[in-house]
Write a protein that binds this ligand. Structure first.
Ligand code: SAM
Length: 267
């Protein structure tokens, strides 16, 4: 596969992310994250692991002409979509583990629904604190723990029954930052002082329970490990355990609980 084809594949996935998952899951959290961080006119804001840029776009409207917004992500496909939608904002390729900015460049650093994917979370937080100015804010949105998820919890339990207990670890990355005490400890050990922490009951919207099952399976290593029969059983199980969240028209509104936290960089 050539580099161009690689890029096209990831661009297609990024377009699907923007069309399907941003409205279904992520858009709801962006204004809440901007609120808890008190993003306002004139600020310089960084969106870490910006994806297709929903947080950056949301805060751009708040900082206005006197402010400045930068989005950084590892994935060039995500950045290409972000740039297509808002060519006026600053989009950079970079790793949360080594942010490509000078110390103290931003008033506020935001990171939505990505911290759980970073191999060194304390290191990434130290980087966010480094590129924020002294007294500035670092704010995160992360999904709550699986045990606190009224729809995803029963889904993963069902998947473990159908596909074997190993499934739990394969489907667990998403919930890895969900323990509030651990989150507070992580921020403290990274030299940040928590100033606000809220838990929000959000909603993940899908066309059907099948769609949630397909998203979970195909977005995880599970897809390579299960037979067609097990996959079909998982979809049937999803219809059953997600019935309480499925409307008469078949669409699914699955509760998705998450934490929003704002922390101050020492002055
Ligand atoms: C679930 S998406 C969230 C994107 C965006 N914040 C949103 O709310 O729509 C996770 C993003 O994290 C990015 N990502 C994962 N690891 C990263 C890293 N080490 N540095 C920068 N971005 C990373 C991925 O490329 C992806 O765009």
């Amino acid at each position: 596969m050539t580099t161009t084809e690689d890029f096209q594949v990831s661009l297609g996935a990024a377009e699907r992310y923007e069309d399907r998952f941003v409205p279904a899951i992520f858009a709801e959290w962006a204004p809440l994250l901007a609120d808890i961080a008190h993003v306002g006119p004139g600020q310089a804001v960084l969106d870490v692991a910006c994806g297709t840029g929903i947080v950056a776009r949301t805060v751009a409207d708040r900082v206005g002409d006197t402010g400045r917004v930068t989005g950084v992500d590892l994935n060039v496909g995500m950045l290409a979509v972000a740039r297509r939608i808002r060519p006026d904002l600053d989009w950079r390729q970079g790793d949360a583990a080594a942010l490509p900015f000078e110390d103290g460049t931003f008033d506020t650093v935001l990171c939505q629904m990505a911290m759980m994917f970073f191999p060194d979370r304390a290191g990434a937080l130290r980087e966010m604190a480094r590129v924020a100015r002294p007294g500035g804010i670092v704010a995160l949105a992360v999904p709550a723990a699986l045990e606190a998820q009224p729809a995803y919890g029963p889904f993963v339990e069902m998947a473990a029954r159908v596909a074997g207990p190993d499934v739990v670890s394969l489907l667990s990355t998403y919930w890895a930052c969900g323990d509030v005490d651990e989150l507070r400890r992580l921020l403290a050990t990274s030299g940040l002082e928590v100033v606000d922490l809220r838990t929000h009951a959000g909603t993940a919207r899908f066309g059907s329970p099948d769609e949630l099952a397909v998203t979970e399976v195909e977005g995880s290593p599970l897809v390579e490990r299960i037979t067609d029969e097990v996959y079909a059983a998982l979809r049937a199980g999803a219809r059953q355990v997600l019935a309480p969240f499925t409307g008469p028209d078949g669409t699914l509104q699955a509760p998705l609980h998450g934490h929003l936290v704002a922390a101050r960089v020492p002055s």
